[in-house]
Design a protein around this ligand. Structure first.
Ligand code: BEZ
Ligand code: FE
Length: 295
């Protein structure tokens, strides 16, 4: 009834419009636009679902537990966004591919600021677990020019499937992390350990939801990177091991075809000596392509 709406009384039929009427005075245009979409979609979902009172309260309890699980080290809401594909959607909207620029993917919760600055060729594997890996390639511009001095912030899990920050006191601090810089010809290289698949933290409400949905919590093996250079857009990305058992079912939807790297098993004592690694070892070559900043 339009009379009710004008007075601001609530009706089932015009529920979203009534709530929107209550925020007409806001002067924040972006907030108004966001709330308009959120309220309309939320009310439409509730009308479609027609939850019982108990189901509504279950949803409230789920969100409450998600908040209670979160602290300085654990962000269960981001994990929820990750497993619902929202993190990848926000990433896609904000990083639309330009030319052959390297595609981006999720940051994840295990990045730390101030990873140690390392020289090219350094070994990030401080616990020496797993199979040795040599990672090398170039950083260049979409226009083709090599980029000297690009920063490559790299991190990965160890051979037990944990990041150092998940195992404080067990793994050495900064295990499998480092900040490298590309050389004059854009090249970079470092030693590491072959990454392995691992489960995202699944001992909270998000893990319970995954289980109820018949989903596994695993991510395919990958290395993380944040790459930046003066005059270029910074990128947050991964490279993936393509024949991983979870490559087609990443719990957080982070895989992109262009990020599948060629991990080659090398059995060659001369090449091992050149890279100062034990033979046999794994080698992966991957180039990163950056987009100049606008203006
Ligand atoms: C990760 O790759 O480190 C990660 C990404 C999203 C959720 C959990 C972990
Ligand atoms: Fe990861």
């Amino acid at each position: 009834m339009s009379g009710d709406k004008e007075k601001g009384y609530f009706t089932e039929a015009e529920s979203a419009e009534v709530v929107m009427g209550s925020i007409a005075a806001t002067t924040d245009e972006r907030l108004h636009q966001i709330m308009d979409a959120v309220i309309h979609h939320l009310h439409a979902a509730v009308k479609e679902i027609e939850p019982t009172q108990e189901e509504w309260f279950q949803a409230i309890q789920f969100l409450t537990k998600t908040g209670q699980m979160s602290d300085e080290w654990r962000q269960e809401f981001i994990l929820l966004s990750d497993i619902l594909g929202v993190s990848m959607l926000v990433d896609a909207i904000n990083n639309r591919k330009q030319g052959d620029a390297t595609e981006t993917t999720v940051l994840g919760p295990f990045h730390v600021e101030n990873a140690p600055e390392l020289e090219n060729g350094a070994d990030t594997s401080l616990d020496r677990k797993g199979e040795p890996l040599v990672v090398h390639g170039k950083v260049r511009s979409v226009e083709g020019a090599p980029i000297e001095g690009a920063s490559l912030d790299v991190w990965q899990c160890n051979d037990d499937g944990f990041y150092d920050v998940q195992q404080r006191g067990i793994q050495p601090e900064f295990n499998l992390r480092g900040m490298f810089h590309s050389q004059k010809d854009g090249s970079y290289w470092f030693r590491a350990a072959k990454p392995r698949p691992y489960p995202i933290p699944d001992d909270g409400p998000v893990g319970q939801l995954l289980e109820k949905l018949g989903r596994h919590p695993n991510r395919p093996a990958h290395l993380h990177y944040i790459i930046g250079a003066d005059g270029y857009e910074e990128i947050t990305t991964h490279i993936f091991v393509p024949d991983d058992e979870y490559i087609d079912s990443d719990a957080v939807f982070g895989v992109k075809e262009s990020l599948l790297a060629d991990f080659v098993k090398v059995d060659d004592p001369d090449r091992a000596e050149k890279f100062n690694v034990a033979n046999p070892f794994w080698e992966v070559e991957f180039d990163f392509v950056l987009v100049p900043t606008a203006g």
